[in-house]
Design a protein around this ligand. Structure first.
Ligand SMILES: Cc1ncc(C[n+]2csc(CCOP(=O)(O)OP(=O)(O)O)c2C)c(N)n1
Ligand code: SF4
Length: 502
């Protein structure tokens, strides 16, 4: 074991002792928790913190129910952010408050998996109030473990929605006053007003008896998920000795004496999930939803697997709203799919529907794509001057810039990348629709780079554009873009900084 690692406390090697081991670490915990050298003898939780106990209860329930290979834990922003360092299950960490939304996606995309949304009170009852209410209201098949310690722990003790009346915090140093800060929110009671949840219980980590009740509640919530049940919610009143400024034992007692009277322990809902008519909505695969399966079966349009000259090609298409920059990116991604590549398309646009700036990141690759975000594209298609000035510096010396004008603007310092100026809007105008400028640029890109097949482009356009008139113009525009590169750019062409061939 390296110096950077530590063996968790409680790992007992039974064979070295002559007594029976009754307590041992659940195999659902990783055997080693990796931490930096000076911290290697401790977990990242403070002594007496409730999160450690809840982790243990979750690990034991997952183990007892044989769910380790079926469990996906969604960890929050808050002190429990590093839950994935401890629990050896599927792990996803999400943005503040978004755990129920992410859990919804996971549970729906992976039926048969047990999805746990693990959240603190700031995460669940402040920034994430909408997510939890709507996930509960939809009756998502997830188990929510809500660790209520009446404060924001991670950020140093700001008031939470659950902070008690009179309790001091860094943002209510005078103590919470209902007239100014309102009353503590009771999440169990609030969610119990909804129809869909099947199980809602509040428990407390104030003594061993109550910890055993918490154990049963967590187990039950997971059993419901195992059996394909519905929305299960367990609120755990939990000590935060550090922020409360209390000794761990006193903090435990504080849970019993101060929190339990405000947040009564109770089973607020325990009902059998009602079977959905016809077994609920039909589960469809992603390929089916995106009509890829049907497309793959389309005899008139078989998936084509030409050999591509690139491993990964990244393209940024930028212009103003209404110019079709986003659509051009979508077409490229669709073409990549049709040619058997991995693809991603990420749009970015402002609030204006027309004339605001809009751009998209497109990646087509022979490998799985790590991130759809592209900081340094191989190709920039700049549909207007603003986009050219903004994004050209991102393109490397071996990259390509296609610019939608006859020549580069005055006083524009040409980058090292190859620049091809294509008066796409003018060409499209002559064909009857300025809107087809994006197709002219698509044609130019295909001719200039040979990255994807022009046949594939035609097929994709035919599939996407239903109006006969528009389809005709788009076909012509695609061809005109190719012709332009063939006749105006390639003829004796060395790349010129102003975009013209000599
Ligand atoms: C969008 C966003 N807003 C604010 C923060 C700062 N932040 C980090 S943790 C946290 C509150 C955590 O409190 P809680 O959910 O009660 O968890 P605890 O740390 O007490 O377990 C806040 C406000 C953030 N990380 N992201
Ligand atoms: S600050 Fe509170 S919630 Fe966070 S680890 Fe420490 S005791 Fe636990």
């Amino acid at each position: 074991m390296s110096e950077e690692t530590m063996v968790a406390v409680g790992e007992i090697e039974a064979e070295k002792n002559d007594f029976e081991v009754l307590h041992s670490k659940s195999p659902v915990f990783y055997p080693v928790y990796e931490r930096k050298s000076d911290l290697k003898h401790q977990t990242h939780y403070c002594p007496g913190c409730g999160h450690g106990i809840v982790h243990k209860l979750v690990a034991e329930a997952v183990q007892d129910l044989s769910l380790q290979d079926r469990t996906i834990l969604v960890s929050p922003v808050g002190c429990a952010v590093f839950a994935y360092y401890y629990l050896d299950v599927g792990n996803v960490q999400v943005a503040h408050g978004r755990a129920p939304a992410a859990a919804t996606g996971l549970a729906r995309a992976c039926p048969g998996q047990v999805v746990i949304s693990y959240q603190g009170d700031g995460d669940l009852a402040a920034i994430g109030t909408a997510e939890i209410v709507h996930a509960a209201n939809r009756g998502e098949k997830i188990c929510v473990i809500f660790v209520n310690n009446a404060i924001y722990g991670m950020t140093g003790g700001q008031m939470a929605p659950t902070t008690l009346v009179g309790q001091t915090s860094t943002t209510s140093p005078w103590g919470r006053r209902p007239a100014n800060e309102g009353y503590p929110i009771h999440m169990c009671e609030l969610l119990a007003t909804l129809e869909a949840p099947v199980y809602i219980e509040r428990v407390a980590l104030c003594d061993n008896k109550n910890i055993m009740k918490a154990r049963r509640a967590i187990r039950k919530a997971l059993e419901i998920q195992r059996d394909g049940g519905g929305f299960a919610f367990v609120e755990v009143l939990s000590p935060c000795p550090t922020i409360w400024g209390l000794d761990p034992v006193v903090a435990r007692n504080w849970v019993a004496e101060k929190m339990v009277p405000v947040f009564p322990l109770n089973v607020f809902r325990d009902r059998k999930p009602e079977p959905l008519p016809n077994g609920g909505p039909k589960q469809r695969s992603v390929a089916e939803v995106l009509e890829l399966a049907a497309a793959a079966d389309d005899e008139a349009f078989p998936v084509n697997h030409p050999s591509h000259s690139f491993q990964t090609l990244t393209v940024k298409v930028a212009g103003s709203g209404g110019q079709g920059a986003l659509l051009l990116g979508q077409l490229l991604a669709e073409m990549g799919l049709r040619e058997g590549l991995e693809v991603s398309w990420l749009p970015s646009y402002g609030p204006e529907m027309r004339s605001g700036s809009a751009h998209c990141h497109v990646c087509v690759s022979k490998e799985r794509i790590g991130s759809p975000l592209i900081s340094h594209p191989d190709v920039l298609i700049a549909m207007n001057e603003i986009s050219l000035r903004k994004f050209a510096p991102q393109v490397g010396p071996h990259g390509l810039i296609l610019y939608n004008r006859e020549k580069l603007p005055e006083n524009f310092v040409a980058p090292e990348a190859r620049v091809v100026c294509v008066p796409a809007s003018e060409i499209a105008d002559k064909l009857g629709s300025t809107k087809a400028a994006n197709m002219v640029l698509l044609g130019a890109l295909l001719e200039e780079t040979g990255c994807l097949g022009a046949d594939t482009a035609l097929r994709v356009i035919e599939q996407k554009v239903k109006k006969v008139e528009l389809l005709k113009t788009n076909r012509e525009a695609l061809e005109a873009g190719r012709q332009f590169v063939d006749t105006e750019v390639w003829t004796g062409a060395e790349s010129q900084p102003d975009g013209f061939a000599e």
